[in-house]
Design a protein around this ligand. Structure first.
Ligand code: NAD
Length: 295
C-alpha cells in the first residue's frame, strides 16, 4: 500500500521502518533532514513539504508528531493536509494529544471528505523498534477494520476503544494512572528505606502483596532494585519525565474541559512540573523519587 508518513522522530522513525519491512511503499516528510535520511536509507521516498507529499496521493497517511499544536497546524488551514490531499485518504494520527483536539481534527477531516482515526500508542521507543506497540484506536468500526492490518505491522495489540477521540481518552487515563502510581511507589519505597528496610526486600514484599503495580515491579524507582530499570543507570533512557508531564497536562486539561475532578492527577502533574523546573525533565519519570531521597 502507498502510505504517507509525517513525523519521523524517536517513535515515528522506527514505526516507518517497520512499515517498509512489511512491504509498504512509504512517502515521508519531517522537519529534520537527519530523520528523513534514516528512513530514505531503508527505501522511503522523501518529499520537501507536506503539500508535495499530499499531492503524491497516498492511500493512507500517518502522523506521529509531538503535540496537538503540531497536529492542528499540519492538518488544518488552507495549506493543511486536509485541503491539499489529492484524493479521499485514510488518515491515522498516532501522536498523543488531548481528546478534544483529536475530535476537532477528525471532524474537519470528515467534512473535507477524508476518514480519520486517532491511534496513540504505548510501548515506548523499544516497542516502536520491535513492532510490539499497543495502539488505542478511536473511530468507526469500518475504519478500524481497514487500518488494523496496517497498524499490525507496527504493533502487537490493536484495540478499538470506541468513537473518535476515545483512543486518546484511553491513553491519557492510563498515563495519568501511571504517573500517580509511580509517585505512590516512590513515596512508599522512600518511607520504607528511611525507616530501615532494605530496598530489595521491600520491593519484593510489595511485588507479592497488594501494592504491586507496573511502577513497583517493572520500573521500580529505587536505585539497584531492578538491574535493568532506568533507576539502576542514573535514570537514563526509558520514558522521560517531561513526556510524563505532557501526558499529565493532557489529562488535567481534558478533565477541566469536562468538569471532571482528577485530584491525584492534578497533584501528580504539579509534582512533575516542579521536577522539570529543577532540570530533571530528561530523566526517566521514575526519577521523581529524587523528591523523597537525601542526595
Ligand atoms: P520526537 O520529538 O522524537 O519526534 C517528533 C518528530 O516530528 C520530529 O522528528 C520532528 O522533526 C517532527 N515534526 C515536528 N513538527 C513537524 C511538522 N510540522 N511536519 C513534519 N514533522 C514534524 O517525538 P516522539 O518521541 O517520536 O513522540 C511522538 C509522539 O508520540 C508524541 O506525541 C509523544 O507523546 C508520543 N509518544 C512517545 C513515546 C516515547 O517513548 N517517545 C511513547 C508513546 C507515545
Amino acid at each position: 500500500m502507498h502510505i504517507g508518513f509525517l513525523g519521523l522522530g524517536n517513535m515515528g522513525g522506527p514505526m516507518a521502518a517497520n512499515l517498509i519491512k512489511a512491504g509498504h511503499q512509504l512517502s515521508v516528510f519531517d522537519l529534520s533532514q537527519a530523520a528523513i535520511d534514516s528512513v530514505v536509507a531503508l527505501g522511503a521516498t522523501a518529499f520537501t513539504s507536506p503539500q508535495a507529499l499530499a499531492q503524491a496521493a497516498p492511500e493512507v497517511l500517518i502522523t506521529m508528531l509531538p503535540a496537538a499544536a503540531h497536529v492542528k497546524s499540519v492538518y488544518l488551514g488552507n495549506d493543511g493536509l486536509l485541503a491539499q490531499l489529492a484524493k479521499a485518504t485514510h488518515l491515522i494520527d498516532c501522536s498523543t494529544i488531548d481528546p478534544h483536539s483529536a475530535r476537532e481534527v477528525a471532524k474537519a477531516a470528515q467534512a473535507a471528505g477524508h476518514s480519520m482515526i486517532d491511534a496513540p500508542v504505548s510501548g515506548g521507543t523499544t516497542g516502536a523498534a520491535a513492532g510490539t506497540l499497543t495502539f488505542m484506536v478511536g473511530g468507526s468500526q469500518a475504519e478500524f477494520d481497514f487500518v488494523q492490518p496496517i497498524l499490525s505491522a507496527m504493533g502487537k495489540n490493536i484495540v478499538h476503544c470506541g468513537d473518535s477521540g476515545n483512543g486518546q481518552v484511553a491513553k491519557v487515563a492510563n498515563n495519568m494512572l501511571l504517573g500517580i502510581s509511580m509517585i505512590g511507589v516512590a513515596e512508599a519505597m522512600a518511607l520504607g528505606t528511611a525507616l530501615g528496610m532494605d530496598a530489595k526486600v521491600l520491593a519484593g514484599i510489595i511485588n507479592t502483596s497488594s501494592g504491586r503495580c507496573w511502577s513497583s515491579e517493572i520500573n521500580n524507582p529505587y536505585p539497584d532494585v531492578l538491574e535493568n530499570a532506568p533507576a539502576s543507570r542514573g535514570y537514563s533512557g526509558g520514558f522521560g519525565s517531561d513526556l510524563m508531564l505532557k501526558d499529565l497536562g493532557l489529562a488535567t486539561e481534558a478533565a477541566r474541559l469536562s468538569k471532571q475532578p482528577v485530584m491525584l492527577g492534578a497533584a501528580a502533574q504539579q509534582l512533575y512540573q516542579a521536577f522539570s523546573l529543577q532540570g530533571h525533565g530528561r530523566l526517566d519519570f521514575s526519577a521523581i523519587i529524587k523528591l523523597y531521597l537525601k542526595e
